[in-house]
Design a protein around this ligand. Structure first.
Ligand SMILES: Cc1cc2nc3c(=O)[nH]c(=O)nc-3n(C[C@H](O)[C@H](O)[C@H](O)COP(=O)(O)OP(=O)(O)OC[C@H]3O[C@@H](n4cnc5c(N)ncnc54)[C@H](O)[C@@H]3O)c2cc1C
Length: 311
């Protein structure tokens, strides 16, 4: 893995660096590459543009690691407003939402699990009323058990709620097996956090091998796999495994992040695949941007130049 990956991921949690970097306007090139804007209206407009290109979307109101119950409620309310606007724009069949439990209270001491579950329930109910679904993003490994427990609770009333698993964790192949039942929507990604070797593969090749093992489990199972990767090899392997397991297009989907390989997103969609673009928006773009830079250290020079010129 790149030498810059670990320091960038450590910085993604630094409040001091966050203050400095957040002085960049969202319109600056490097931020705008990955985040279309700060308001619900810009997010809905960006969704409409994706849909016009034959794509679907999952929207993330940016924010994470909140230690403030009021902020958690503000985030939940932002999702309700978003769902209303997606529905008013007639986009609900093409757009769902992605939620980080740490943004809606999971990290609060003592009552975190309960508060996050209640907020997630409210969002799931609003999503169902609007005619769409929710996927629970997966964060660092210290939250995996709690997030899967919340998912199980939510699925009692909202079985359509999507799960996320990260191929870099040793445990994930087993988690995939537990999540392959009918109707189970599961996003498989490589994983974006800085994880120790006690829980995660460190070598890129080992992560890729794990990704393929997990793909096999999910595509051979009864659920709805959501294959989240920009890696051309993983996309090719997923396509051939899908035909090997007799999966027709539409019984699984590809997912990519907003602004990354947009031409490939359109190519896959025009070949008949369902392609969902993860679209983050809002003022709290710092942690998200740092994780994207950690995946693409080539962009760090461009980022530093933006920071100095504030453009
Ligand atoms: C829809 C979606 C949802 C996700 N949700 C989660 C989640 O809930 N939890 C989580 O931990 N992670 C999540 N991730 C992030 C994921 O775990 C990886 O960190 C990220 O997708 C990079 O891995 P990759 O599979 O694209 O492969 P990589 O091997 O990292 O990249 C493959 C190729 O993709 C291109 N690429 C990758 N990253 C960038 C970039 N930042 N800028 C420009 N080009 C790039 C490059 O061409 C690169 O060679 C999500 C990813 C996607 C696509």
């Amino acid at each position: 893995m790149s030498l810059l990956r670990e320091p960038l991921l450590l910085l993604s949690r630094s409040r001091t660096v966050k203050k400095l970097v957040s002085t960049l306007p969202v319109s600056s090139g490097i931020v705008r590459n990955y985040v279309p804007g700060e308001t619900t209206a810009t997010a809905v407009d960006a969704t409409a543009r994706l849909v016009a290109d034959g794509l679907t979307a999952t929207l993330d109101f940016l924010g994470e690691d909140t230690l403030d119950a009021e902020q958690a409620e503000v985030t939940a309310a932002a999702y309700l407003a978003l769902l209303k606007q997606l529905s008013a724009a007639g986009l609900q069949r093409h757009a769902e939402v992605s939620v980080k439990l740490s943004a809606i209270g999971q990290a609060l001491p003592d009552t975190g699990h309960k508060i996050a579950l209640e907020n997630a329930r409210t969002i799931c109910r609003a999503a169902r009323n609007a005619g769409t679904t929710v996927t629970l993003d997966m964060e660092d490994h210290t939250t995996t058990d709690a997030t899967l427990a919340t998912l199980r609770d939510l699925r009692k009333d909202f079985p359509e709620t999507g799960a996320v698993v990260q191929a870099y964790l040793h445990r994930t192949e087993a988690d995939c097996r537990a999540l392959t039942h009918e109707g189970s929507r599961v996003r498989l990604c490589k994983g974006a956090y800085n994880e120790p070797s006690s829980v995660a593969f460190q070598d890129r090749i080992e992560v890729d091998k794990s990704y393929v093992r997990c793909l096999k489990v999910l595509l051979a199972g009864q659920g709805y796999p959501m294959i989240a990767t920009h890696d051309p090899r993983m996309v090719e392997i997923a396509s051939s495994l899908a035909s090997r397991y007799g999966r027709s297009q539409g019984t699984y989907e590809f997912q990519m992040l907003y602004g990354i390989r947009p031409e490939e997103q359109k190519r896959l969609a025009s070949s008949g695949e369902t392609v969902r673009v993860y679209l983050p928006y809002g003022e709290e773009w710092y942690g998200y941007l740092m994780r994207r830079l950690a995946e693409r250290p080539k962009n760090v020079r461009f980022f530093l130049r933006s920071l100095i010129s504030k453009k």
